[in-house]
Design a protein around this ligand. Structure first.
Ligand SMILES: O=C(O)C1=C[C@@H](OP(=O)(O)O)[C@@H](O)[C@H](O)C1
Ligand SMILES: C=C(OP(=O)(O)O)C(=O)O
Length: 443
């Protein structure tokens, strides 16, 4: 479902010290995958801690449209009765994935090797994003794809009646491409192989193994070689979704920037394929401690204790980009408040997210007194220890741009506004009450 057509202007002002505990909602990537693998299993999958953001709700609705029974039992508690690998039914209507690149790309993969036809659409942001990166490899399995100019949505896929397995080397570091190919490989007899030169988030591999598929990952000179054996019977598993490190980044950033702040953020995933922001913040001198490291739901997690303190600029190397790809907008805000220059390299993928995130952050930061330069593949922020503020940033239907500028406003001299905060509900529906409970002045 596309988010509300009415823009929701929001404003953030300089706040007193942020204090308290921030209970972040469930991880978005893991939530999508729990619903999709639940739908492809035979029997009942019980999920706790599911993110109830619009992106994930759209995936839940899509799984129902393909024939799975999906039911909400309570807050974050859901059950899915799946149809098994190859068991998807043909949906009667168009599948609307709203704002979600992960939703649409993974679901296209999941249906491409079943002999049914489905049409996918999304909101204005998703309709601008490239889909050829997923439909091209899916065609290797034998499905037929029709798309709008530039391989954009709406896309119609006629699933392969006699799928063949594929071997595919991803041209860009993308967990969505990798996952779409692996999910298609589930219903192809034989071995499907994905090779990625840079490691990307590995939730699909972990969860497929947990649901009983035979899947191996091998580090080779070519990169990570992931091999999946097709036609498994997936067995339902209880899924306890850990808290989302990408959402945690916003209150963490706010606590680092607002003088006197000290917050706790319990149970955040520390999966190494998602940890790049936290590695970078420690290099910048951030006062963050990771307490009670443990395993929850097959993922490493820890409780974060975050305190305000001085930060210095650093260079983020390109090989770290995939492990923090959604965190660069908020890092660029943190960098503006640091002393010295922060260089973010290898970040070209930011140009094809919900918005061109390099352009959106550069324009908004400069309007608020920041010093920023960019190239196609890099962003440089010259930190001056603070931001003047006073301007409105355009969010371009992009939740992470909206939350980044609101965090900036909490520590700037003048308030910072965003033209539309409504997309925040796609990934972090409780952002506003959670931040206000910490003491943030956001409205
Ligand atoms: O697989 C996933 O769950 C995701 C992968 C990333 O996208 P790419 O695969 O396009 O890098 C990320 O930006 C997105 O928020 C979630
Ligand atoms: C890029 C993002 O999501 P998606 O690709 O799923 O729309 C994001 O959440 O920052």
């Amino acid at each position: 479902m596309s988010h509300s057509a009415e823009p929701l202007p929001m404003i953030a002002r300089r706040s007193g010290p942020l204090k308290g505990e921030a209970k972040i909602p469930g991880d978005k990537s893991i939530s999508h995958r729990a619903l999709i693998l639940g739908a492809l299993s035979v029997g009942e999958t019980h999920i706790t801690g599911l993110l109830e953001g619009q992106d994930v709700l759209d995936t839940a609705k899509a799984m129902q449209a393909f024939g799975a029974q999906v039911e909400r039992l309570g807050e974050g508690e859901w059950k899915v009765n799946g149809v098994g690998v190859g068991g998807f039914a043909e949906p009667e209507g168009v599948i609307d994935c709203g704002n979600s690149g992960t939703g649409v790309r993974l679901i296209m993969g999941a249906m491409a090797t079943t002999p049914i036809t489905a049409t996918f659409t999304g909101d204005a942001s998703l309709s601008r994003r490239p889909m050829g990166r997923v439909t091209d490899p899916l065609e290797l399995f034998g499905c037929e794809v029709t798309a709008r100019e530039g391989k954009r949505l709406p896309v119609t896929i006629k699933g392969a009646a006699e799928p063949v397995p594929a071997r595919y080397k991803t041209p860009v570091a993308s967990a969505q491409i990798k996952s779409a190919v692996l999910l298609a490989g589930l219903n192809a007899p034989g071995q499907t192989v994905v090779i990625e030169s840079e490691p990307t988030r590995d939730h699909t591999e972990r969860m497929l193994a947990g649901f009983g598929a035979t899947i191996t990952t091998e580090a080779t000179d070519e990169g990570r070689v992931i091999t999946l054996t097709g036609r498994p019977e997936l067995k339902p598993q209880p899924v306890a979704v850990p808290r989302d490190p990408s959402s945690a980044a916003f209150p963490v950033a706010a606590a680092l920037l607002v003088p006197g702040s000290e917050i706790r953020v319990p149970g955040v995933s520390r999966n190494p394929t998602r940890d790049g922001l936290y590695v970078t913040l420690l290099e910048m001198g951030a006062d963050i401690t990771f307490e009670n490291p443990r395993e929850e739901g097959g993922e490493p997690v820890a409780d974060l204790l975050v305190r305000h303190g001085p930060l210095k600029g650093v260079t983020v190397p390109p090989e770290r980009a995939a492990s923090m790809i959604d965190e660069f907008p908020v890092l660029s805000v943190i960098a503006a408040f640091a002393e010295g220059t922060t260089v973010m390299q290898g970040v070209h993928e930011l140009r094809v997210k919900e918005s061109d995130r390099i352009a959106a952050m550069e324009i908004g930061l400069v309007a608020n007194g920041g010093k920023v330069e960019s190239t196609e593949d890099s962003m440089t922020v010259h930190g001056t220890g603070g931001l003047k503020g006073g301007a409105t940033a355009a969010t371009h239907i992009d939740h992470r741009i909206a939350m980044s500028f609101l965090v900036a406003g909490l520590a700037s001299d003048q308030p910072i506004s965003v033209d539309d905060g409504s997309p925040i509900a796609t990934s972090f529906p409780d952002f506003l009450p959670l931040m206000k409970a910490l003491g943030a002045e956001i409205a």
